[in-house]
Design a protein around this ligand. Structure first.
Ligand code: FMN
Length: 187
């Protein structure tokens, strides 16, 4: 069958696309505003280039005309720390998808341990095996309710023992396939 995208409503188009473009990495994005640490997962997320080292993430609205807290904070402070998800913290990342008031911190509410290895970036989730410390690079203008944001990776945390002598990183990141979380396996 051929599906004509203009004949499919937004929700079904989202389902078709996100079940098809798989697996997607999950950016567990930590940002800050007014002393509140915000953490939320995003899977419309991919690397774009290694020079410049940039990734793109598409963030929707919290409600009509109001950006999600992550987007608000990135545009205001120009910083984000992207943590990757593994089997140990999958339940925590799911909780962080709940819609909280802007004044409420997911890491506080769900008692998620964070640490701050770099003073000039938001903290990272302690249980992550690797994290990207990013600065706002560019907003991409497309019509609709989603705002794609390009972030430049300035520094990366890699847990001890996971970077080999040939500069390959060995992590067990979990991705998203449709609505499901999937671990990656070697074939
Ligand atoms: C695995 C996963 C991936 C998600 N990916 C996205 C995404 O790519 N874009 C988006 O706008 N929301 C996505 N969400 C929903 C957000 O995490 C959710 O709206 C969250 O409450 C946003 O929080 P914030 O307002 O603190 O930024 C995803 C949720 C989950 C569980």
């Amino acid at each position: 069958m051929i599906i004509d995208y203009k004949e499919v409503n937004d929700l079904n188009r989202y389902k078709i696309m996100s079940d098809t473009v798989v697996p997607r990495p999950i950016a567990w994005i930590v940002t800050e505003d007014d002393g509140v640490i915000n953490a939320a997962p995003f899977s419309y997320f991919v690397p774009l280039s290694s020079n410049p080292a940039v990734v793109i993430v598409s963030i929707g609205e919290k409600e009509k005309g109001v950006p999600k807290d992550s987007l608000h904070n990135i545009l205001k402070h120009k910083k984000a720390t992207i943590c990757f998800v593994n089997k140990e913290n999958t339940e925590q990342v799911k909780l962080c998808a709940n819609n909280l008031d802007k004044e409420d911190s997911e890491v506080q509410k769900y008692e998620i341990e964070v640490e701050r290895p770099l003073n000039d970036f938001p903290p990272m989730i302690s249980s992550t095996q690797t994290a990207l410390f990013c600065e706002f690079y560019q907003k991409v203008d497309i019509p609709g309710k989603t705002t794609p944001i390009i972030l430049e990776v300035k520094k990366q945390y890699i847990e001890d023992g996971r970077l080999d002598e040939r500069f390959h990183v060995h992590v067990e990141n979990v991705g998203r396939s449709g609505a499901f979380f999937k671990a990656m396996v070697d074939l």
